[in-house]
Design a protein. Sequence first.
Lengths: 286, 294
Amino acid sequence: MAEITEIGAVRQKKVRISTVIIYLVLVLLAIIYIIPLLWVLEVSLKTNAEVFQSPFAFPKVLQLGNYIFAWTTGKLGKAMLNSLVVCTVTLAISLFFGAMTAFAIGRMKWRMANATMAYIMIGMMIPVHCVLIPLFVRFSRIGLTNSLPGLILPYLTFSLPQIVFLMTGFFKSLPRELFEAACIDGCGIYRMFFTIALPLSRTGLYVAGMMTFIGNWNELLLAMVFISDPTRKTLPVTLTYFVGPYATNYVQMFAAIVIAVLPSILVYCAFSNQIVGGLTAGAVKG
Amino acid sequence: MNKILSNKKAIAVFVLPTVILFTLILFVPVIQMIGYSFTDYNALSKPSFCGLKNYRTMMKDDVLLTALKNSIFFLLFSAVTQQIIGILLAVLLTNIKKGRNTFKNIIYLPCVLSSAALGLLWAFMFNPRMGINQFLAVFGIKGPLWLMDTKGFIILPMWVIAFVALWQYVGQNMMLYMAQITGISQDLYEAAYVDGASRGQAFRYITLPLIKPMLVITLSLNCIGSLKFFDLVYNMTQGGPNNRTQVLATWLYFQGFQYFKYGYSSAIAVLLLIMCLAVTFLIKKGIHVETYEA
């Protein structure tokens, strides 16, 4: 017994040293993660001259004009609105379609259920790059390029596999007795879906919805190819065009970067535990 | 009960919207893309069959070979570094109590931000006259031209972009491994310590085998993600200098939507698709997951 406590004491001392090292490493990492973001914020409040003359001093006067310039000339306000519209519509429709399909696959009895699931799952492995050209050709023929619905359609399609996969798992885990009881009470299939299955799988919908929204909010390639009208561009595209590699009005570009990431950072700070937990749950199941 | 659950009409209502969307927006285009890859096709002409010409052009296209080399570099680099650092971070974080959530959330933050914006940010960070070079100048060090250097087999800008990708996405592996490690029963470790195991041994013989199931998920995410890699490269170097940092995804975009060579671009997409499918298949078949009773 004495021996064990001795070992315990030695181990505790060791733990203390190792804990210090762990914290040192983590603090160093946290600095590497935060410094770039703070740096952008700092530069965005300076003048161009200050950036090169006194790179490490705080700006003498906060140059809020940089933000006004980026917001108006860079059309970031309009872009943010476009992104919001595209992502919200995609979110609503994809969750609805995805949940319906998942319910049919996970809870209903039909012969093609597994085959349909496999068909949809192939979509997870196909990169969006593979449909760019055929879709662009088709959409420009029927006038869907340069319009938000033309962007929503592919976003919707590429969001569905993950949602169907997650929600099928959720619906399968619901207790059978619930549905049996409802059935005995004379509940039809549509009411079963809307009043029992959907409300009970709120967590799943929330996780799937968050993954969909974040993914589409940050999507660049499809949006860049499909939209060329500056008033319809989404946030990442507008930013990419505004912040060119050869332009020299650095401070305004920095302000634009801040405007583009700030909403995400604020939402993340407010709900970080839920967001991180949800995304982890989604990836583990997906 | 069974009668309601096998209601054919309801099934159709539930499943058809998704399946129709899928077929029209995903499968038909993928088949078309494969078809286009065998044709001479640009923005002005109609597609005309040309056999394997695009694939033969690919073998002689120096930029494509560079892009292929860079994509494979990204794949290997991100698979190795993200796995190792992801597991290390997860172990470090699960070993502390105070501040665990704070550190976790800070490291995970870039995963939810736009890689387009972060790419621009880091491009400024590695600008020859700003950011890191300004910092190095304080110590009298003249920093290299981070994003413009062209020496070596894998040129410096590729390492820089790979580092930024690691910085942005390593939080995901960390999170997933943390979820797996916190699921391991504490009794196992206590039993091992009573038997005189060191912390290193406990990690080697308990933690590592028990987080192996997660390896399939994280490795697939890392590999497919690095093959699809577009935003960071496009916003940090646009494939420059002199096309030396092109990857498959950016070269496909430039061929298709700057030079309007739809046929050739489709051939590159076929290559990308084959690589994605092959990697997924290899990971699924190559890693045997034993299940342990916990």
